[in-house]
Structures are given as C-alpha cells and as structure tokens.
Design a protein around this ligand. Structure first.
Ligand code: PLP
Length: 399
C-alpha cells in the first residue's frame, strides 16, 4: 500500500486525500453482519465524507443515506439514492429547509415540538419520525453519556405526552422514532440502557414502523485505542430489539446511521514535508498543509497517527508536526516518526471521516484532490482546486 500511496502522491501531488473503498466495504459488512434482526437499514451519515463517488460506492453496497442538510440530500440524489432511502435528520433548522427537504420526498426526522406542530399543521399526510433525547447519563461521566439533560438534540423523553397531543390534534402519523446524540459508544451497556428507554417510549406509538438508533460507534485512532466491538454490541443489541418486536407482536425495521465507523479508517491524508526546523528545544516538521485541510487535531485535540512513507526504516525520532497556517496549527506534538527529511511524504491515518468535509479555503489555499482506490485501481474523484474556484461567485467592485 505504501508504494501505491507514494505513486498517487507523485501523480496527483500532495496534499492529497486517498480513500480505500475495499476498507469501506469491509467495515460495511462488519457492521451489517453484527446484527441479527429481521429488517436492518444502514443509513450512512454522509456528513463524514460527502464525495459523490463515495456515496455511490456505499449505495452499491446496499447502504441508505442520512443527511443533515438539504445540500446533502441533493448530493445523495445526484449519487443515485432514491428519496425514500434518505433520512433527513437536521438539528434546529428552519421551516424553509424542512419545506425543501419535503419537496424531495425524503424521510423527515423532527427534533423539536415547534417544528412538529408546523409540519403537522402544514403537511397533514406526511409521515414523520421524531428524535427523542433519553437523558441518560452513563456512569457519571459526561463523555459517555447518551443524551444528557442539557444536550440540545431531540425532544425530551419526558415530553412524549406533548408529542402525542400534537399528533392527535393534527392527525400526524409518527412512523419512526430516532435517537442520536453523537456520543462515542465506549460502553455498549449504557447505549443499550438508552435503547431500552427509547423502546419503552416506542410502545406508545401505534403507527411505528422503524426505530433509528443513530450512531456513536468508535474506531481506533491510536495504536491500542479503544473502539466499539461491533460484533459483541450487535449481538446484545439484537436480543433487546428482537424482544421488543416480540413483545409488540410486530417486526420493526432497525436503523443505524454510522458515519465514522464506515469511512474513518479508509482514509489517508498525504502531505509533503516543506522544512525541518531544529530548535534548541525540539524539531519541527513543517508540512505543506494546515488546519485548512485537516482540522480535527486543532479543533478536537484528535490524534491522527502519522507515518513517514518515504523513509519507513529510518531511525525513530521525536517531532512536532506543524502546518503552514499563520496561527497555532499543530498536527502532533512529541510524536515518534521514522526520520523525516525535506520532501518526504507523510501519511495521516483515519482521514476518511470529518477531514475533507471540514476543510476550508482559509489562507486562500486550495482544497486537496481526492482519490478513491477500488480493487487496486485508483480514481481521481475530486480535482485539486484552482484560482477560479477561489474567485467563483465573487463580484469585483472597482472603486
Ligand atoms: C453525525 C451524525 C451521525 C454519524 O455519527 P458518527 O459518529 O460519524 O457515526 C449519525 N446520525 C446523525 C443524526 C448525525 O448527525
């Protein structure tokens, strides 16, 4: 693989994003085979990585789509998804965006009572899904909590009577319930407890067809990092879900919306080394990129493993890897990497999810190209930007 990465960096230049479709397929299969339920839908949460060729590949695997904006819906349709296979799950958007989404015919998930009233009164025949916040705190640690009390997402589980009142008033058919708060699933048991609360709330929705448990599945970023054991989780979860179906005498569709789990590990970010700067305190590696291309380390303190593809057998040394943006722009501190030289190509791992999609043109730099590899063949799925892209839509007023 290293040789292929180096070849692609030479061919397309660095910085460059590369995604391995074979790994996406492997993760997709790992996810779907973990659950043993009659009806399972995977809605890939496309905000993780929206390139339309990646969307089209996920569609070919059988995935459906989860979108958080109308623009993501448009990309999904462009990639070939049918509107009925798309969930629209925004947070706090306005009526106009809901109207737009409804005009595409996608499934609508409602995240507050005000919008439920608007949609119920405006679209009497529209089936709706409601997003529920279960307010469950896991082990006293807010990091693993699922929908804790101050989370902005969803309708409080304590407000279900109000949901029913509105549904009765406007004759709203609620055919789905949903939960997703973005927490990592460190503790499968906490997630299952939240699921039991959601299923309990589900008992009172007589038109229920599906239950969507969102996501929160964690992948390993560091060597020996924690990750969700999807096989173990899936088997426990399936039991709880199947019990619910038995109890209700109906087989509901189980939905999940993984983003990171499906695409994080497929991605690599390749960047070249501009300068090595030795100070009295440390050694800086300046790469030809910055938080304009990969912001997770600066934004979330995320760890991305870094390999030197050009010198894999060099002596291990300690480096601070930094970018070229004119403010604090550190990818990694005190990182052991095999000896780095000017012009070497470094690979940042786990660059599939929330990397390209969070990139920007800050400092008026071009966003990098994207390449997709499938069964040994590589495809350029996005061109490097040009000055025309930066000027697009700007009007020059000459004073
Ligand atoms: C972001 C998001 C997801 C995906 O989360 P991951 O942690 O990437 O798996 C799923 N559902 C909704 C509603 C989201 O907003």
């Amino acid at each position: 693989m290293s040789d292929l990465f180096l070849k692609l960096a030479k061919e397309h230049g660095a910085p460059l994003y590369v995604y391995d479709a074979d790994i996406i397929e492997q993760k997709y299969n790992e996810f779907t085979s973990a659950f043993d339920v009659p009806k399972l839908d995977i809605h890939y949460a496309c905000k993780a990585l929206t390139n339309i060729s990646v969307l089209s590949f996920l569609k070919s695997l059988g995935s459906k789509l989860d979108c958080v904006s109308v623009q993501e819906i448009q990309l999904g349709i462009k990639a070939g998804f049918q509107p009925e296979d798309i969930m629209f799950t925004p947070n706090g958007v306005g009526e106009v965006e809901y109207d737009d989404a409804i005009s595409y015919g996608v499934n609508i998930n409602v995240d507050n009572l005000q919008m439920l009233e608007y949609l119920g009164s405006t679209y009497p025949d529209l089936k709706l899904c409601v997003r529920i916040n279960p307010h469950l705190m896991g082990g006293g640690n807010s990091k693993i909590s699922v929908g804790h009390i101050d989370s902005k997402f969803g309708i409080s589980i304590h407000q279900m009577p109000l949901v029913h009142r509105l549904a009765n008033k406007y004759g709203i058919v609620i055919n789905g319930i949903h939960v997703h708060t973005g927490s990592d699933i460190h503790d499968g048991d906490v997630f299952i407890r939240a699921a039991e609360l959601i299923l309990g709330a589900g008992e009172s929705f007589e038109d229920l067809e599906y239950i969507d448990f969102g996501s929160g599945f964690k992948v390993a970023y560091k060597p020996n990092d924690f990750y969700t054991d999807i096989k173990k989780f899936g088997s426990k979860f399936s039991e709880v879900f199947n019990d619910f179906c038995d109890r209700m005498g109906k087989s509901f569709t189980l939905k999940f919306e993984p983003g990171k789990f499906l695409v994080s590990e497929s991605g690599s970010f390749l960047t070249s080394v501009n300068v090595i700067k030795q100070t009295t305190a440390c050694t800086f590696v300046h790469v030809d990129s910055g938080f304009n291309h990969l912001i997770r380390p600066m934004f979330y303190d995320s760890y991305h493993h870094i390999e030197n593809l050009s010198n894999p057998n060099g002596d291990d040394k300690l480096y601070n890897v930094v970018g070229y943006i004119c403010e604090s722009d550190t990818f990694a501190n005190d990182r052991i990497i095999s000896e780095v030289r000017k012009g070497d190509i470094l690979r940042f791992k786990n660059a599939g999810a929330y990397c390209f999609t969070m990139s920007s043109n800050y400092n008026s730099r071009y966003r990098p190209p994207e390449v997709l590899i499938r069964e040994g063949k590589s495809y350029l799925i996005r061109e490097r930007e040009k000055i025309e892209d930066l000027l697009k839509g700007q009007n020059l007023i000459q004073f």
